[in-house]
Ligand binder design. Structure first.
Ligand SMILES: [Fe+2]
Length: 138
């Protein structure tokens, strides 16, 4: 997968969500950049863990927004986040404990997941939130 570039296609227009998605894209590109290199396992683990940690924090921010504004799709959206959480826990385990060479798989999988999730699930949430605050400052 080539580096993921921020574009209108993944913009939600909710300020905090877009800001955090941009950080996620940057972290994802760091994972991507390491896959072809002779970097140490520690460097790989570090960047994957940074991405996972950021994603988890970001999910909580979205979930708090959903609860605070009474979003009717909360349960479904949270289940998607939960699926991601359990999948990345497994991937992290393969990378850290089993020392598997899965950087390419991780960057492809997470890249696809994030873009797909933003386009299908986060944009739906954003449409709801923008009705509450058309400027997107929530
Ligand atoms: Fe989300």
């Amino acid at each position: 997968m080539s580096p993921l570039v921020w574009s209108e296609q993944i913009a939600t227009h909710v300020t905090v969500i877009d800001y955090e998605h941009k950080q996620l894209v940057a972290l994802l590109n760091q994972v991507e950049a390491l896959q072809g290199k002779q970097s140490t396992q520690d460097a790989k683990v570090e960047v994957v863990q940074a991405l996972v940690e950021y994603a988890n924090k970001h999910f909580l921010v979205e979930e708090e927004l959903m609860l605070a504004h009474g979003y009717p799709g909360y349960e479904k959206h949270r289940i998607e986040h939960d699926d991601f959480r359990s999948k990345v826990t497994q991937l992290e385990n393969d990378l850290v404990e089993n020392n598997m060479d899965i950087m390419q798989f991780i960057s492809n999988y997470l890249g696809r997941w994030i873009v797909n999730h933003i386009q299908k699930v986060d944009k739906h949430l954003a449409t709801f939130l923008l009705q509450k605050s058309p400027q997107g400052h929530l």
